[in-house]
Design a protein around this ligand. Structure first.
Ligand code: SF4
Ligand code: SF4
Length: 316
């Protein structure tokens, strides 16, 4: 049985990628499961989807614990523990990352037993949007297994995306072919792991929820102020950057932020709590003097390495 996981952010097409790969396996005569897990169900939040494919009926259920292949659409989530990208990877697994960073850098960063392969991003592609990364990863995954043909993949793309119209379907078919060719040197790299036995079963890591006495029976997670533990800043694709030169301290951004992630500093200027700002850009839309810019996370992180631009509230 092939066990394959796709990881990305909400909006990058991981569910569709798993559908395309699942349909390609199905067209080639395999039994298939494909399913997404959304978590927070919001654009930008880490999501994953998985595919099981076998020549025999599949009785295994639930998320894939020991993947043969993991494909990552957004390299910024690789080190995020909550995204679970590295979960279950071992010496048998292959990790494919869509990234501009070379493989040897990833190998030295991650130090995992799984083999790492980087699929390059198309030149000039918006790193936050990555419009066709899902279809590219699905096509690459198909070739990496070595048991599917390009016809299976193209048929699956047409079946799953025809609702988008002929132009979008053609664009996706083109991307599938590009990824198919990229994967030529890696054909057959992914192999099926032998079936798990009962001895391999790992108990889930249960989370203890502290409860009040049975008369009230309210789990503590419903208690006030627990949301501070949820670092929604990890979801962000764009971050708000406030120009103090233009801000007139009206306070609207603080009032409208749904997460209370903006508070005034000692001088009365708004400051963003980047641990909890989820990047909804409501503050950008509300600022009457356009003092808040939406800056891509990748660009913002790059600027943070330049001392003169570090931090928020930078001078415009
Ligand atoms: S983008 Fe602005 S409004 Fe949205 S969570 Fe971040 S600070 Fe709040
Ligand atoms: S809404 Fe704009 S002008 Fe008003 S406090 Fe926020 S950044 Fe400053």
């Amino acid at each position: 049985m092939y066990r394959i996981r796709f990881h990305g952010r909400g909006g990058q097409g991981m569910k569709t990628a798993s559908r395309i790969l699942g349909t390609a396996f199905f067209r080639a005569g395999f039994e298939v499961q494909d399913a997404p897990r959304y978590g927070a169900e919001r654009r930008g939040a880490p999501v994953f989807a998985y595919v099981r494919a076998d020549r025999a009926p599949i009785f295994e259920r639930g998320v894939i614990l020991r993947p043969d292949l993991v494909l990552v659409a957004d390299d910024t989530i690789v080190p995020v523990p909550g995204a679970g990208v590295l979960a279950g990877l071992d010496g048998h697994s292959i990790l494919v990352i869509a990234s501009d960073t070379p493989e040897d850098v990833w190998r030295s960063r991650l130090k995992i037993p799984a083999r790492i392969v980087v699929i390059p991003l198309p030149e000039g592609e918006d790193a936050a949007e990555r419009r066709h990364v899902g279809v590219r990863l699905a096509a690459a995954a198909a070739r990496l297994t070595g048991v599917l043909g390009l016809g299976d993949v193209k048929g699956a793309v047409e079946e799953e995306l025809k609702r988008l119209g002929p132009e979008a379907t053609a664009e996706n078919l083109n991307n599938a072919e590009v990824a198919w060719q990229w994967a030529v040197p890696h054909e057959g790299l992914v192999s099926e792991r032998p079936a798990m036995s009962v001895a391999d079963y790992e108990r889930p890591q249960w989370v203890d929820l502290h409860a009040e006495d049975t008369a009230r029976s309210a789990p503590i997670i419903r208690g006030e102020a627990t949301s501070v533990e949820v670092r929604t800043g990890l979801w962000r694709v764009y971050r708000p950057v406030i120009s103090h030169d233009h801000c007139v301290k009206c306070g609207l951004c603080m009032a409208y932020c749904p997460d209370g992630a903006i508070t005034p500093n000692a001088q009365g200027f708004p400051e963003v709590d980047l641990e909890h700002c989820k990047g909804c850009m409501i503050c950008v839309a509300q600022c009457p003097v356009h003092a808040i810019a939406a800056v891509s996370e990748a660009d913002a992180r790059e600027k943070e390495t330049q001392p003169s631009l570090a931090g928020q509230g930078e001078k415009a």
